[in-house]
Design a protein around this ligand. Structure first.
Ligand code: B1M
Length: 216
């Protein structure tokens, strides 16, 4: 198989042996981010499709996720870093009940490499923990990730909770994850989040440009 297909295949098959060698070879003529975006994410997309259609079982999805994480960890030192620093602090979390963190961690990498200080508090985080971290670290923004349909409901509840506690205007909120749609965030959630600012980012790069806009 050609190198790109072989790498995507490794994600789908959850095959780690030889992964680093293939990545190093790919790095000779492509950037690390390009490899993630064009190749590895394609592999994860296939995994999602196979799992969704019942052709792949959960333990194998987990293996694919492990290989994806290993690949991103191997590529991370090769990613471009901007000189900028001190653009602001953002607390990032995957919401309550949701364990998916590959996308959130990519957002962390992209923001960290581009001048933001990221406090990544992990998965399954209730709103209390998110708000506590934002207070403790004097954050400028909050980012919530979630991939399950039920996480979109949790995000709505979280915004309602922030309103109830008088915290809507304290931090702009950025939301992302596969189950969300732009319309849901920019129409429905924006309508209900009175006094606050809520944004949708379809991927880590939109997350970065959004933060650059929100912070100025
Ligand atoms: Co799960 N899973 N999973 N899973 N899993 C999905 C999400 C699913 C769509 C698969 C499917 O059915 N086709 C489906 C959800 C269906 C639904 O809700 N309607 C699903 C399910 C059902 C489940 C379980 C319930 C399965 C079960 O137990 N029976 C279970 C849930 C457990 C739980 O959360 N409580 C489960 C478990 C798992 C694994 C643990 C095996 C593993 C996760 C491992 C891990 O993350 N550490 C896993 C995986 C890998 C997936 C798929 C296949 C891939 C997700 C992924 O990493 N994609 C996924 C299929 C899919 O998404 N289509 C699926 C790559 C990643 C880079 O993309 O996270 O979308 P993503 O991030 C993108 C953007 O969304 C955006 O930027 C990233 C790209 O730059 N983004 C943000 C994300 N967060 C952002 C935050 C931002 C800004 C942008 O600002 C804050």
């Amino acid at each position: 198989l050609p190198l790109s297909e072989r790498l995507a295949r490794r994600i789908v098959d959850g095959e780690r042996t030889g992964l680093e060698a293939d990545l190093d070879e790919a790095l000779r003529d492509r950037s690390a981010l390009d490899i993630v975006n064009q190749t590895l994410l394609e592999g994860m997309k296939t995994v999602g499709e196979l799992f969704g259609s019942g052709q792949m079982q959960l333990p194998f999805v987990l293996q694919s996720a492990e290989v994806m994480k290993a690949a991103v960890a191997h590529l991370e030192p090769h990613m471009e870093k901007a000189d900028a620093e001190g653009k602001g602090t953002i607390v990032l979390a995957t919401v309550k009940g949701d364990v998916h963190d590959i996308g959130k961690n990519l957002v962390d990498i992209i923001l960290s490499n581009n001048g933001y200080s990221v406090v990544n508090i992990g998965i399954k985080q209730p709103i209390n923990a998110i708000v506590d971290a934002a207070e403790k670290h004097n954050a400028d923004a909050i980012g919530m990730s979630g991939l399950l349909v039920k996480s979109t409901v949790i995000m709505k509840d979280n915004l309602a909770e922030m309103m109830a506690r008088g915290l809507a205007s304290r931090w702009p909120v950025m939301l992302g994850g596969a189950a969300l749609t732009r319309a849901f965030v920019e129409d429905d959630l924006r309508d209900m989040f009175e006094g606050g600012e809520v944004h949708y980012a379809k991927d880590a790069f939109e997350g970065l440009s959004l933060m650059d806009k929100v912070m100025t």
